[in-house]
Design a protein around this ligand. Structure first.
Ligand code: 13P
Length: 249
């Protein structure tokens, strides 16, 4: 059985007070669930979030990290720093990091390796842009993103990889991939991993869908056999919406 996961990527939202309010609401409203529930507040509020959720099963995760342990990288945060405040999961490769901060597959391969070396779990994001889909290149593109950043990993490393397929055209746009489109791509991803590694490994990997998941569409998307949960942006900033999505899993 693959782990079911619902993770909230808060992006650059919520100051300290707003973070405290939302976390308290989430902790109070968390339904009984066997799924893993995670939130990724901004860096400045991570330590406080870890403290506030000490007695909750909601996990606090990071939105990004640098590949080096320390050094002259102004404005960056490293895996050991995250480890030191009790964080063991990081989102890498988000399309906003790729588009606005120039993150390439090559850089992401280094980040993934660095995170795994520090025993962290990685939620690796990838997905095509609208032009790729329109021109029918989406499968090829997704395969190349996986190949370039992850296919140098050993089979054992995959125990700590969670995949998050996020078609860029569905992020923050209100436009969701249809449940069928999500299923089609997730099944393709599992096939690509089966071909590179093996079917047993591919069957164990949780593949999340991200892109305009809301309370109204979550259940249908999550009902697809190869969709193991969601990476949620906008709807993770509203406690009732996020918890309705957790309910849907
Ligand atoms: O980018 C996302 C999660 O990482 C998805 O964002 P939205 O849910 O706001 O579309």
């Amino acid at each position: 059985m693959r782990n079911k996961i619902v993770a909230g990527n808060w992006k650059m939202n919520k100051d300290r007070e707003e973070t405290e309010v939302l976390l308290a609401e989430l902790a109070a409203k968390l339904p009984d669930t066997t799924a893993e529930v995670m939130v990724a507040p901004t860096f400045v509020n991570l330590q406080e979030a870890v403290r506030l959720l000490e007695n909750s099963t909601i996990q606090v995760i990071a939105q990004n990290m640098h590949y080096a342990d320390n050094g002259a990288f102004t404005g960056e945060i490293s895996a050991p720093m995250l480890n030191s405040i009790g964080i063991d999961t990081v989102i890498l490769g988000h399309s906003e990091r790729r588009a606005y901060f120039g993150e390439t597959d090559e850089l992401l391969a280094k980040k993934v390796a660095a995170a795994l070396e520090k025993n962290m779990r990685v939620i690796f994001c990838f997905g095509e842009e609208l032009e790729d889909r329109k021109s029918g290149k989406h499968f090829e593109l997704v395969e190349s993103q996986l190949r370039n950043a992850l296919f140098n990993l050993e089979a054992d490393d995959w125990n700590r990889i969670v995949l998050a397929y996020e078609p860029v055209w569905a992020i923050g746009t209100g436009e969701t991939a249809s449940p069928e489109q999500a299923q089609e791509m997730h099944a393709f991803i599992r096939k690509v991993i089966t071909d590179k590694y093996n079917g047993e490994l591919a069957e164990k990997i949780s593949i999340l869908y991200g892109g305009s998941v809301k309370p109204g569409n979550a259940k249908e998307i999550f009902s697809k056999p190869d969709v193991d949960g969601g990476l949620i942006g906008g709807a993770s900033l509203v406690a009732d919406d996020f918890m309705a999505i957790v309910e849907a899993i």
